[in-house]
Every structure is written in C-alpha cells, then in structure tokens.
Design a protein around this ligand. Structure first.
Ligand code: ATP
Ligand code: MG
Length: 333
C-alpha cells in the first residue's frame, strides 16, 4: 500500500547571516534527516520540545517551506521541487490548522467571509452561502447567530472552529495541525479534539497532529513520532507508545507528564535531563541526544543511530542502548 504522505531524509537548514554584507556564517539545522510515512485515514502524532523542528516539518509538508534536501511525496508523487502552480493544486488536498486561530484570521473579515476565502481561491463559488453555512454547522458554529460576526466576538475555542472550517472547506485529504489546541483552556481542548475526531470519521481525513502534550497525542494519534533536534528518535503505535517506549528521550518525556493525583505527582520519580538543549546551529556529533542522555557511552559520541525495530513490533527506535523493561517509566496517560 502506498502511504498517503511520505517524508524521506528531509533536511531544512536555515542560513545564519552576519555583518554588513550578510555573509553566511552557519546554518540552523531545523530538520536534519527526517523519515516518516502516514497512511490514509491515520493520525500521526508528533511530539518534542520547543525548537525541535515540528513547525518546520508542518510548513514543509504543506509546501510553505522549501526543503534543503530530501523528498516529500503525496500519494506516491514527490512535490519537493514543485512549482507555485503545482503547490496551489496540491493545497486543495492538503490544509493546515495553526496554533493561534486569532492571528491566522483577518480581524476585519466576517466569519462567513473567512470561511468562504479558500472556496473563492479555488473558484468553488457555486451555492457559496449554503456551503459556508454547512461548514459552520459541521464545526459546531451556529450559522444563524455567527454568520456575520467578526473574529474578536468569539472565544478561543470558537475561533479554532473557524480555522477548522476553513481547513476542511475544500474537502482535503490531509490536514496538518500544528499545536491546534495548545492555546486553549483544558476544558475547551477536549471539545476541539472531539471535533477533530468526529470530522476525521465523517470526512475520511488523515491528520499529522503536532502537540507537546503527551496525553493529547495519546488520545488522538494512531502512531506517534518523537522528535529531538531535527531528528526522529522513536516511532511507535499508540498501544506501544507509553507502555513500551524504548528511547531514553521518550522515557524522560513520559516521566515529566503531570499526573492528576497530587499524591502520585509528589512521590513520582522524574528523569531530569542533564545540561541544556543544544543549539540546532551546532548539533552534537554522533547521536544528537548523547549530551543529555542518561545511558550514553563513548560510542554514542561518534556513531549515528538510525531508527530500527528493536524487539517491539511496529516500533522503531534510533538508539544503541534502548531503555530496558525495569528502567521504563510506568504511567497512564
Ligand atoms: N524562518 C526561519 N529562519 C531561521 N531559523 C528558523 C526559521 N524557522 C525556524 N527556525 C529555527 O528552526 C528551529 C526549529 O523551529 P520550529 O519552529 O520548527 O520548532 P518547533 O518544534 O515548532 O518549536 P515550538 O514547539 O516552539 O513551536 C528553531 O531553532 C528555530 O529557531
Ligand atoms: Mg512550533
């Protein structure tokens, strides 16, 4: 089966320029060799701390960021070097939902106009008002009450619903969601996540879903990729992600998830990573995680691990010394 989306050895490097003549003095390696695949109807969750390259990956997928090297394929066809016209065609099938719905909406545009904008851009203007109202209903907005309102009259959750209506307007196959619930209150987060799940079923959607909250990812994702400094450290199925995490970085992330029970939270053991997060302008040699890894040896300083299956079916880990059963953090997300 061909994956709907395939990412092969993707690199995105941003030049660092200095001085009067803006001479290139280095580069930020935002993505440094990423391989991923997403099947039709699947939700691929992406986690990792700030600056690891999640948004750069999202922007590259939807054609907003040109890769330095590597390939991205949609339905088996590479579009890494696509022209602006080809990207325009592709975007019909591939949309993005952003973290901050307020900045991605024009404050002077009525909700109905915002939702109609992608339809107009793709000349799908037949029965426009009916279609916009239908989209509003699909995302849980009331067309009678909300049609002529401006974005500032809405709550954060409602604004994200407008963003989602825009994203589904052209009936895309894939939606890349970049931290779509991170800016919302916890209670509203759950409603918006439920909406994403409902729409996925109704409209047969595939998602790449970025979040830094592991419980959100565990709730929505079928598969999870953990990123660190522009690389994928571990890929798992939802079932194996928390119970059989093998990468020391995933284990540390799981140990830092806040627990709702205050007694458990006080007494739990946290894996505190040593040192600072290195700069993606100067990533460590060998395994990029070796400077902070509790299990790293001399070997990890000079050898680069590639993601491979190590005992857990369907799970790939880029590590020479995967976490053993007795070292694993036991939590329920
Ligand atoms: N346009 C750009 N020019 C230069 N550097 C950039 C650019 N965009 C991103 N970067 C750098 O690339 C790295 C990855 O950034 P990115 O925004 O993809 O991370 P992220 O995982 O989305 O972080 P966050 O969780 O904070 O959203 C960071 O070091 C960032 O500073
Ligand atoms: Mg980001």
């Amino acid at each position: 089966m061909t994956a709907l989306l395939e990412i092969k050895d993707l690199h995105v490097h941003f030049p660092i320029k200095n001085g009067t003549f803006q001479k290139k003095t280095g580069e930020v390696k935002a993505l440094n060799g990423v391989d991923l695949a997403v099947n039709k109807g699947e939700v691929l969750g992406i986690v990792g701390e700030s600056g690891c390259g999640k948004s750069t990956l999202a922007r590259s997928i939807v054609g907003l960021q040109k890769p330095t090297s590597g390939d991205i394929l949609f339905n088996g066809e590479a579009y890494t070097d696509a022209s602006a016209k080809e990207i325009y065609e592709l975007r019909r099938n591939m949309q993005m939902v952003f973290q901050d719905p307020y900045t991605s909406l024009n404050p002077r545009m009525k909700v109905s106009e915002s939702i109609a904008a992608p339809l107009k851009a793709y000349k799908q203007t037949k029965n426009l008002e009916t279609r916009v109202k239908e989209l509003m209903e699909l995302v849980g907005l009331n067309p009678d009450m909300h049609y002529n309102r401006l974005p500032h009259e809405f709550s954060g959750g409602q604004r994200q619903r407008i963003g989602i209506a825009r994203a589904i307007a052209l009936e895309p196959k894939l939606i890349v969601c970049d931290e779509p619930v991170s800016a919302l209150d916890v209670s509203v987060q759950a409603q918006v996540i439920n909406l994403f799940q409902d729409l996925q079923k109704k409209l047969n959607l595939t998602y790449v879903f970025i979040a830094h909250d592991l419980s959100v990812i565990n709730h929505i994702a079928d598969r999870v990729a953990v990123m660190y400094l522009g690389k994928v450290m571990e890929k798992s199925n939802r079932e194996t992600f928390q119970a059989h995490a093998q990468h020391p970085y995933t284990n540390a992330l799981l140990s830092a998830v806040p627990l709702p029970d205050p007694d458990k939270e006080r007494t739990r053991e946290r894996i505190v990573l040593k040192g600072e997060l290195p700069s993606p302008a100067n990533p460590p040699s060998g395994c990029v995680f070796h400077t902070r890894c509790p299990k790293a040896t001399e070997f990890c300083k000079t050898n680069i691990p590639v993601p491979e299956e190590r005992g857990v079916p369907g799970q790939e880990v880029a590590c020479f010394y995967p976490v053993g059963e007795e070292e694993k953090v036991k939590i329920t997300l």
